[in-house]
Design a protein around this ligand. Sequence first.
Ligand code: GLN
Length: 446
Amino acid sequence: THATFEDIKRIDPEVDAFLTLNEEAAKAAAAAVDAAGINADQPLAGVPVGIKDNIVTKGLKTTAASKILNNFVPVYDATVVEKLQAAGAIIAGKLNLDEFAMGSSTENSAFKTTKNAWDHTRVPGGSSGGSAAAVASGQLPMALGTDTGGSIRQPAAFNGIVGLKPTYGRVSRWGVIAFASSLDVVGSLTRTVRDAALTLNVIAGHDDKDATTAALAVPDYTAKLGASIKGMKIALPEEYLGEGVDPKVAAQVQKAADQFRALGATVDTVSLPHTKYAVPAYYIIASSEASSNLQRFDGIRYGFRAKDVKNLEDVYVRSRSEGFGPEVKRRIMLGTFSLSAGFYDAYFKKAAQVRTLIARDFEQVFANYDLIIGPTTPTPAFKIGAKVTDPLTMYMNDILTIPVNLAGLPALSVPAGLVDGLPVGLQLIGKQFDEQTLLQAADAFE
Ligand code: GLN
């Protein structure tokens, strides 16, 4: 823990991954773990971890990278934070993100722009950009992120590390500041597949405080690491190598497919025909849910309140106008519109129907295959400033990660070599609650 804070102070001034450091409390927690001695119930004893700043931490400032929560200090811990601490992990600090996890580059943070760990002129991806950059730049071995439309996998790919988005319902969302409740999932950013498995062992499981968590036993996710993948049936969707995907990225995926064949798996081309509708459906569903979730930020209960207000209406309007950034406002307006009487059928309902078709595409492939592979992103990390003024171009960056969230499936990004000197990720997509096969295949590939 002491060495970790030295690393952070040396490296983070150039990377800007942290929003808040937890130095004193972390050192005290580490001393307590030391004093207790080795304990089999604490698989992460003494391991420093970082937490994305949209996951609440008792007594430690949590902002979701929004001005509206500037100086918000939660009075309780998220279930995942409680579980990490019970496993002996040390909370080193809180990591930067796009405001309320809305974005793909961490440029939408109200506080700072995090840099890509490989090239400080490029974005780290988003929204879990702080988590990915902190791990990839050698500040931390592990960080938690959240993935609503790709926010763990895309930054993992851009920074050359492993990002695991578990099945929807595998990990508790209690204490996660809600963006889109039917899509949000907590997962990990780590340097190795084994570390991803160890982390999932700790954070997975039913939680009485989150009714959407599944009442399923948690297997040992390290159990199949190292096992042969001979005979595994892998599908490669043609849509994932099509228009918009950098041919050099596609070539890395073909190389990965050959590597899986050499390991004894079969890899066949398949089709997920509704892929092209995923991004528009996602932006309607995610923004609709966000417009509802973000109603609680009213300037009354927590966070920022505008000064010199005239009446109650003025408190709401001015606190929200001054407290939310431009991307958050764009989504609130889009979502409110999609849900409004007269437009609901044409937008929200239609998007929900498209979501079902996308889930069915996956079901059909999984009737015959164990796993789907493809690129995590269409390109390697782009330059800071390149897309931030053009929301549609930014949204299209998530075309390969969003379908997975709409279907609630588990997926993982593992480093798959370099393109133009920058890391790219191979995405592995699994059947619901079959994280084990994902981890087994990623470990064999790694
Ligand atoms: N980039 C996507 C968005 O802006 C996904 C974000 C996420 O997964 N939190 O909504």
